[in-house]
Design a protein around this ligand. Structure first.
Ligand SMILES: C[S@@+](CC[C@H](N)C(=O)[O-])C[C@H]1O[C@@H](n2cnc3c(N)ncnc32)[C@H](O)[C@@H]1O
Length: 369
């Protein structure tokens, strides 16, 4: 019995539970506007409460946690609380660096814990409909800023020749487009190309379409449909997915459909989690515990919702992803880094495109893309 190991775990557990509470309180700061209020300059607890229109006693207790948690500074002589300029970009503003929307997503996921716990004993999963808020206000809000800052130059710009293809005019599909911000940004950046966003979630597609209308984009449209029924005709020059393959019910079928729906010289650009399929290779990766956790609370149960899904989970890893891409007929797969440490981009081509995988034409109701 190594007592030092026990002590070390005790210390890590204290850090963990403190982190949990701090995550909740950071979310409170985000939703109540306290961080934005603190951004306006040093203030007493009463001053901050007044700025944010909140009850001083609650604000003061929150400030206690923020100061001892080393998020805000406190000057005992003046009673002033300060949001350090070095911390402000991580807690305020409509940018991808602001952790606020992520804390909101974790809060929503916590509400679904009873559903996920039920799956531990009963098996099965949780329907995507239960995750509408997580996907929209949580994930959608987080990815919205990532797309704003990194989609065009960061993600797409790293794929050799893709900007030229999109500038020249291409037919593009974003599969599992969620709330559609990526489609709308691409349509705005590449007016000569035609963009289709496909997702099975009706509410998400409605939000994408509302944004498209507000941005007055004539070259984008949105379709509700099942990616596993994607038809081969008419084909696409470019198909993209952003974190939308691993949580599919039938990812193997979807990858085959994608290959079948690509035009000659077409390319499939799949952005997904950048991890190994082997647990032992992910030990020490600082992003791994969080991604396994989100996978368990979100990606896995949605894939398994009807009890028949593949249940790959977000941590399916590069080895399995490459295997499945090869099985779907992509014989030329290049994996490159993305602008985010947690994601990589698979650039997938196939010598033989369309045809055999295009069985969508024989199915009853393929999405009208
Ligand atoms: C993790 S979200 C990613 C959303 C979006 N790409 C983004 O970055 O915000 C996965 C998306 O896949 C969609 N999806 C899941 N199964 C689907 C299916 N069978 N056909 C089409 N879309 C599906 C979900 O509704 C969800 O919007």
């Amino acid at each position: 019995m190594d007592t030092e190991r026990t002590r070390a775990l005790g210390s890590r557990l204290l850090t963990m539970v403190t982190g949990h509470v701090m995550t909740m309180l950071v979310n409170v700061g985000h939703t109540t506007g306290l961080f934005e209020a603190a951004l306006r300059g040093p203030a007493t607890s009463a001053g901050l409460a007044q700025r944010a229109g909140l009850d001083e006693r609650y604000v003061r207790e929150w400030l206690g946690a923020m100061v001892t948690g080393e998020i805000l500074d406190f000057d005992a002589a003046t009673g002033l609380f300060t949001l350090p300029p070095e911390h402000a970009p991580l807690l305020t503003g409509a940018t991808a660096a602001n952790i606020g929307p992520t804390t909101g997503m974790l809060r929503m996921l916590a509400g679904l814990l009873p559903e996920v716990e039920r799956c531990f004993t009963a098996g099965g999963g949780v329907p995507y409909a239960a995750y509408a808020a997580v996907a929209g206000e949580g994930l959608g809000a987080t990815w919205r800023h990532i797309y704003d800052e990194q989609l065009i130059d960061g993600f797409l710009g790293r794929v050799p020749g893709l900007h030229d293809t999109l500038q020249a005019g291409a037919r593009v599909l974003d599969l599992g487009c969620g709330t559609g911000h990526a489609i709308n940004l691409m349509a705005q950046a590449f007016p000569a190309s035609e963009f289709v966003g496909l997702d099975i979630a009706t509410e998400a597609i409605a939000l994408g379409e509302a944004e498209r209308a507000a941005m007055a984009l004539p070259n984008a449209r949105f379709v509700v449909g099942d990616a596993a029924e994607l038809a081969a005709d008419p084909p696409f020059d470019v198909i993209t997915t952003f974190d939308a393959v691993h949580d599919q019910r039938s990812p193997a079928a979807v990858l085959e459909r994608v290959r079948g729906a690509l035009a000659p010289d077409g390319v499939f650009v799949m952005v997904d989690a950048k991890f190994s399929s082997r647990l032992e290779n992910n030990i020490g990766n600082p992003h791994a515990p969080l991604c396994y956790g989100i996978s368990l609370l979100f990606c896995l149960p949605t894939s398994l919702a009807d009890g028949e899904g593949a249940g790959l989970g977000a941590m399916w890893g590069q080895e399995l992803a490459c295997e499945m891409l090869a099985a779907a007929g992509f014989d030329d797969v290049q994996v490159i880094d993305s602008p985010r440490a947690q994601n990589c981009t698979y650039i997938c081509r196939a010598a033989e495109l369309g045809a055999s995988a295009g069985s969508g034409r024989q199915q009853g109701g393929p999405p009208d893309v």
